[in-house]
Each structure stands twice: as structure tokens, then as C-alpha cells.
Design a protein around this ligand. Sequence first.
Ligand SMILES: [Mg+2]
Length: 336
Amino acid sequence: MVDDGATLGGRGERGVLAEVFAAYAGLPTDGVLVGPGDDTGLLAVPTGRVLATTDTVVRDRDWRDDWSTAQDVGVKVVTQNLADLAAMGGRGTGLLVALAAPPSLPLAWARGLAEGIGYAAGLAGVPVLGGDLSSTAGDAVLVAVTALGELADGVTAPVLRSGASPGDVLAVSGPLGRSGAGLELLLGGVTEARDEQERRLLDHHRRPLTDLAQGPSAARAGATAMIDVSDGLVRDGDRVARASGVALVLDPGAVDRLAGELVPALPLDRARRQVLSGGEEHELLATFPGDRSLPEGWRRLGQVLPVGSDGADAPGVWQDGARLDPATGGWDHFEG
Ligand SMILES: [Mg+2]
């Protein structure tokens, strides 16, 4: 990021938008009938149904400038949105981007943000349809991305949170706890990775990139319920369990295997805790009929049981006969 001293206020809205849209120039334009530059974009909708989701991130709440670059913020907000589409069995067809910032914000930051958005959108093959620029009083910086999408090829119905049934298998599309572990490293003063593992964890916290095709793959493989892990395995699993009226029972061995991937960057007990409660992971959590094999890359985490069996007397995420607390992501003793 080259800071040439220019600010948003100095360049003016039209000038800033021209610069940031230049960062999206190489993106695919499939389905885009009218792109940026007119009053709205116009997008073709071949399947006749649109998925829509939005996410907003705020400086000093969702990122810190001393830990994350503008590019990092751009990647993260796109991943957050596209993972929500993937969790329905969808794929992105267009992004809308809004930035609200004080006039004193360096133009280089806005450019960097657009580069990060363009990078993540390019990996996913999703065009940017338009954007907005607004100014804030004080020093708040806010980035809002809206993603539009469609159900992917071969996916006839969205995968909801409410479809899990007893007898299903619970699985996750990749590792868990990386973003939380990366944040723990940052909070502990490790801002520069000292080895490859720390680099992966810090990267995943700053700019998570997940395999978004796993959502449609899961849908085609018969996934009965799905969600992206944005708030942690227990919290997001609890949402699926309550929507479906079932108990999700974790296999302690599966949790330990995932935790083992965070060791030695974190000690095993803190690694376990990040697997259970670490947010901003954006891997997908899904349930599959017990008689099917999982799509490639998915890891079995446990099973879906009826409420009332095996001591699981309420919908939720259970392990070792206890319900895990969605507020803390763990057993109460984690908080002690
Ligand atoms: Mg989500």
C-alpha cells in the first residue's frame, strides 16, 4: 500500500470511486448486464431465485489497523459474505460494497480495501456490481458488503439450518479454531509469525480464505442442514440444533484431532477451546444422512441424536454428557 498523502476528502467521491473501481477491473463479468457507473447495476438471474446476504465490519470492533491491512479487511468481509452463500448451497453472482469513513482517511487505505475485495472476489469468480462512499463524523470507518447469489449447479433447494435429523452425521469442511488461535497470538503480542504454523493462523485470522465450493458440494451430497462457522462451532452448532430440534453430539476424539492441528502454537487446552468457540473461521458445518459418505475434504465431528437420548435432554451441542454453553462455547470451567 503506497500512501501518497492523498485523502478521501481531498480526492472527492467521484475520484475515489474511480480509483477503487479500477481495482475491480479484472473481475469476471458473467451475468452483469449493467456494471458500476450507472444508478444501479443490472444482473441476470438465470435460475430465477436470488440469495442475498450482507455483512458490516467496523474499525476497532472487527479489525485493528495495527494488526490488519486494508487488503486484509477487504478479503475478510468478502469471505464472510460468500461463506454465508456457500452455507445455503449457493455461489456468489455479485457484490455491492459500501465504505463510510472520515474525509481524512488515506486514499491508499480505500485503494487497499478495494484490492483485498478484488482479490477475494476474483478467487471466487464474483463481479463487483457497484458501491457507495459515505463520510462519517469522528473517526469511525465502516465497510459493508452485500452479496447476491444463486443456488449452485445441481443444487435444487437451499440447505437450511432446520433440516438435521436424528441419525445424521455432523461434519465440518476443514480445520477449526485457526482464526481464534491467530487472534490469541496477536493478543499475546505475536504480530509476526515465528514459524509456518503461526503464519497460517495469523493469516487465517487476518484474511480468511476457505474453499467456498464445499457448500455446493455438500448440498449435492445430500447435506440436510448447514451453516458457516462465523461465531464458533458450539454457537453455530447450537443454532442448527435448535432450528432442527435435535442434539448434536461431538466426538471428543474428533475435537482433539482438530485441536492437535493448533498445537504447539497453542497448548492443547486452549487449542480445544478455540476449536469449540473460535469464530470467524468460515468453514462450513453440516449434517449428512448417516448412510452416505462425506464429500472429499469433510471431517466427521459427531452425530445427530434425538433430544432425550443419551442424556441429551435439550436441543444443543453436547459432549461427554454435558451441553456446551453457546454463550461461552465451552463448559463453564473454561471461564474459571
Ligand atoms: Mg453465517
